[in-house]
Design a protein around this ligand. Structure first.
Ligand code: NAD
Length: 425
């Protein structure tokens, strides 16, 4: 046990806790409970010696004993799940229908009514869905959609005293603002945020499957999916072969009008977003090589599309881990490929960003896949596949990628209150 007295020592305390974490977390639940039970015994033994306090009772040590979590037979205990009332739902533009239904469905299924604020970039999708909600017989007032800018409509919802919970999907920056603005109301928040997702490809990976899937994970929906891969770590032995084949395939991706079935990549959401996504110059200034796409190949668009915000799938190599291209969420058709040597090294490098949303691991060694998946700081890990979704599984990110989980059971818990009622016999 370390005891830290001054504010300046918080740093040392956090460091000590971080260092102890790998050992403590690898102990079995039995080992941890033995220590907690021992602590309970010691507190019980020494209780009289502690300064007096209202809570100086058996509760103090009993909460440390796991067997006390079994309910008492002499009382009638029940837990009620209760709806929260009005839920605020704020969604982004990149998967506008899916992300709206993903939030509305569990919220109203639990008995809440909602106010949804879709992205100002995708109002038409939300408006079309309103018509279907009406057609489906959703009573008036149950789903209310507010169209407007985030800073006005979104913030008004976040600050409204009659909206006790906010489910938000969007950027980490906006989530910080929402957290700050909702703090005076102590609102319950579910935050699904950005990512900087790694793909880790070991030299025993099946490249025939890995290459087409990693192309999709990098460039699907113009790379405008929070789960898209943007850092590809390839083991040294297959690095050159992977890069050659990956770039050759990326060059085949066709950019243009997405309603043309032969087109793979459509336009980006806006001019501002296209300007933000172009990381190529920044990468080159840092000594990286752009192997295909933006600034390297020419974009041949049909006459009718030339004013659109299109961009070629872009592959950057020889980029340093500290580079902005490897650290910041780009959210466009840009991916970085780098080499690694060992399992230990790649885990550390994959974890060395502020985000922790999704990762993919490619290897035919089952033991390795389990070891790596366990240690990645990532809310979702796909092995030898990508974007295989089961809506019943928890969804969400670690670190700057989110707070909380959504998906069947987790959404149900988020959108309900638990009330414990104890009646003495
Ligand atoms: P954004 O944060 O700019 O906007 C998201 C929503 O928040 C929009 O409806 C916007 O109007 C609203 N908003 C903006 N400022 C607000 C404020 N001050 N108060 C309240 N609401 C406000 O994000 P975006 O550009 O629309 O979407 C892209 C981002 O979303 C990316 O970072 C992407 O990774 C993330 N995303 C995450 C997931 C996930 O499940 N983790 C899914 C999709 C998108």
């Amino acid at each position: 046990v370390n005891i830290f007295l001054r504010k300046a020592e918080v740093e040392a305390a956090v460091k000590a806790a971080k260092n102890a974490f790998p050992i403590w977390s690898s102990k079995s639940p039995l080992e941890r409970s033995q220590i907690l039970n021992k602590l309970a015994d010691l507190i019980e033994h020494d209780l009289e010696a502690f300064p007096s306090s209202l809570h100086k009772s058996e509760l103090v040590y009993n909460c440390l004993r796991l067997e006390n979590h079994i309910l008492s037979p002499s009382r009638l205990n029940s837990c009620l799940l209760w709806f929260c009332s009005v839920a605020g739902l704020i969604s982004p533009w990149n998967l506008p229908l899916y992300l709206l239904t993903w939030k509305i469905a569990p919220a109203i299924a639990c008995g809440n009514t909602v106010v949804a604020k879709p992205s100002e970039m995708t109002s038409v999708t939300a408006w079309m869905m309103c018509k279907l909600l009406e057609k489906a017989g959703v009573p008036h007032g149950v789903v209310n959609v507010v169209f407007g800018m985030g800073t006005k409509a979104g913030e008004a919802l976040v600050c409204h005293p009659d909206v006790p919970l906010i489910s938000f999907t969007g950027s980490t920056l906006t989530a910080q603002r929402i957290t700050e603005k909702s703090a005076p109301h102590c609102k319950r928040l579910s935050l699904e945020l950005g990512g900087k997702n790694p793909a880790i490809i070991f030299d025993d990976a099946d490249l025939a499957q890995c290459i087409p899937t990693t192309l999709r994970s990098s460039f699907a929906n113009q790379g405008e999916i929070c789960l898209c891969t943007s850092r590809i770590f390839v083991q040294r032995g297959i690095y050159s072969e992977f890069l050659k084949r990956f770039v050759a395939e990326a060059k085949k991706w066709k950019v243009g009008n997405p309603s043309d079935p032969t087109v793979d990549v459509g336009a980006l959401i806006s001019k501002e977003h296209l300007e933000k996504v172009i990381y190529v110059k920044k990468a080159q200034a840092e000594g990286a090589r752009v192997l295909c796409g933006e600034g390297v190949d020419s974009l041949a668009l049909p006459a009718g599309n030339r004013k659109g915000y299109f961009m070629l799938p872009t592959v950057i190599a020889e980029v340093k881990d500290e580079s902005c291209c490897m650290q910041e969420e780009i959210f466009g058709p840009v991916t970085c490929v780098v080499a690694f040597d060992t399992e230990e090294e790649v885990i550390e490098r994959a974890n060395s960003v502020k985000y922790g949303l999704a990762a993919t691991v490619w290897s035919s060694n089952v033991g390795r896949v389990h070891r790596v998946a366990k240690r990645l700081q990532s809310g979702l890990v796909w092995t030898n596949c990508w974007l295989v979704r089961d809506l019943n599984l928890p969804f969400g990110g670690m670190k700057a990628s989110g707070v909380g989980r959504e998906g069947a059971k987790d959404s149900y818990e988020f959108f309900t209150e638990v009330k414990t009622i104890t009646i003495k016999h």
